[in-house]
Design a protein. Structure first.
Length: 87
């Protein structure tokens, strides 16, 4: 995996990140979603893009369960004040 500096933050991020908007959908089991994230980490991915509205919070739950609690991985998340079935 190749990495780049993220501006002047001192962070180095992988050139490939994982967009997590579908993680948590019922098309796969929790174990399969966990394996996807673990495999991404094994390949050197260290930045994951998610939001609290992705799958009604399930995406963040999967990442929180699988990603180690250290400073090597970056979770870029977003917040939306709108919390209804329309998005």
């Amino acid at each position: 995996m190749h990495y780049r500096d993220l501006g002047r933050t001192g962070l180095r991020i992988s050139e490939v990140g994982l967009g997590c908007n579908r993680i948590g959908e019922p098309i796969a089991s929790d174990q399969e979603w966990d394996l996807l994230v673990k495999h991404s980490l094994d390949l050197g991915v260290n930045i994951f893009d998610t939001a609290e509205v992705y799958q009604k919070g399930r995406s963040e739950e999967v990442l929180g369960r699988v990603i180690p609690k250290d400073d090597r991985t970056i979770i870029a998340t977003k917040y939306s004040p709108r919390q209804d079935d329309e998005g």
